[in-house]
Design a protein around this ligand. Structure first.
Ligand SMILES: [Zn+2]
Length: 414
């Protein structure tokens, strides 16, 4: 993608802010502008020109479009759903339909053209991970003093602000919320009818959440705030109660499978079925899942499970964790291993419960059947908890391999 980055360093004027914000320090932000090219081809909806490309969750999408038609899109909206369910795609589509310069209709409801200058610029924000990486790289080039004060914001349209969790902590920070507040109260939309601020995560630093609450208490007239979350419970109850919550549910595996047949024709039917099950109804995940990587992690996860259940022998596990210890990508590999292990454990649970038809690792049905013989639900439960603990431990930066070894030992107690 040939995008250019404009670094915008703007001291944020705190005059006129409400009391709660007055004491907060001034800040600056990086904006990644990608206005000089057509809408990028996001893997999720490569030919996105309208709502017909949004798969599933028809009732929710219809409801929101009816709101647009009636001119009553909520000031504060929470879109909840698993990763890959289409929350960000839908947030961008709403920003487009509210601001399209050549609005269209489909199924009797408002739709967007995908071609006008507003649609094109909003659509340019579609490859979020890439834009965030560019903005982070731009920040890295700054002087240390500026770097500390600089928050990541993606803005491909002047009136549509996307606020991602700020690395390395991957939390939304006070400086970012202050940018949203500044825009909402002091910079009415110039080229849009309705401004949008999209928070792509519900992981807020405490002060950031409190500031957001102030914004929700006095919603600005021309702005819609959209909060994306995998788990609404992560948000302050006071934030939740001031927003309209919409959930994006998972799609049935058979529907995801049919989609994969069209969009990822290179997958063999067996791999497609596996990808559809692993995606747990999330379209984005199904389309982007790296099956080779998953199968590699799953092979190691099976070694752990076999060792724990059948052989009472951890030699192979220690060898595996030893290789994970080395290398910069150790953390990612370990997380991938844990996810594979969790999916196997959940399948074991389904097998023990007598519902093997629901397992995700379809190709391992026979092996899972053997492994589950004599296992109790309690043992599997304990193993799932151990896996969760390792993951939490990694977040707290414990030694990865140490906690993996500890987990293997705790499995042994079963
Ligand atoms: Zn348009």
């Amino acid at each position: 993608m040939s995008s250019k980055i404009d670094k915008i360093i703007s001291g944020l004027d705190t005059r006129g802010f409400s009391q709660a914000l007055a004491s907060a320090s001034a800040t600056a932000h990086v904006s990644a502008f990608t206005v000089d090219h057509p809408p990028s081809t996001r893997v999720v909806y490569p030919h996105s020109v309208g709502f017909s490309d949004f798969l599933g969750n028809t009732a929710t999408v219809t409801h929101l479009r009816e709101g647009v038609r009636a001119g009553r899109l909520p000031h504060s909206l929470i879109l909840a759903g698993p990763a890959g369910a289409g929350k960000y795609t839908l947030a961008l589509m709403l920003s487009k339909v509210a601001n399209c310069l050549q609005p269209e209709e489909s199924n009797g409801l408002p739709d967007f053209c995908g071609r006008c200058s507003n649609c094109v610029r909003i659509g340019a924000a579609v490859n979020l991970e890439e834009l965030v990486a560019e903005a982070v790289a731009a920040r890295e080039d700054m002087r240390d003093t500026d770097k500390r004060e600089t928050r990541i914001i993606v803005q491909t349209h002047p009136d549509v602000i996307v606020i991602p969790p700020d690395p390395p902590q991957l939390m939304i920070k006070l400086g970012q919320v202050k940018q949203a507040i500044h825009a909402a109260y002091y910079r009415p939309p110039v080229e849009a009818k309705r401004a949008f601020t999209i928070f792509t995560s519900s992981a807020f630093m405490k002060e950031a959440a409190n500031s957001l609450l102030k914004l929700l208490e006095e919603p600005p007239e021309h702005t819609s705030l959209v909060l994306l979350t995998e788990n609404p419970q992560e948000l302050l109850p006071t934030i939740r109660s001031r927003a309209v919550v919409h959930r994006l549910g998972p799609l049935p595996a058979i529907q995801v499978d049919a989609l994969l047949a069209k969009r990822r024709p290179e997958l063999k039917p067996r791999d497609r079925a596996l990808a559809a099950r692993l995606a747990e109804g999330a379209v984005g995940r199904a389309l982007t899942i790296d099956l080779d990587k998953y199968l590699t992690s799953r092979r190691d996860a099976l070694v752990i499970l076999r060792g724990a259940i059948q052989e009472r022998d951890f030699t192979q596990l220690f060898q595996a964790t030893e290789t994970y210890r080395a290398g910069a990508d150790g953390q990612e590999k370990t997380l991938s291993l844990l996810r594979a292990l969790s999916s196997l454990l959940e399948d074991l649970l389904l097998t023990v419960a007598g519902t093997p038809a629901l397992i995700r690792n379809l190709d391992l049905e026979a092996e899972l059947g053997k492994l589950s013989a004599g296992l109790s639900v309690e043992w599997i439960d304990a193993a799932v908890r151990a896996a969760t603990q390792v993951e939490q431990g990694m977040r707290r930066n414990l030694l990865r391999s140490l906690s993996l070894d500890a987990m293997a030992l705790s499995l042994d107690r079963g």
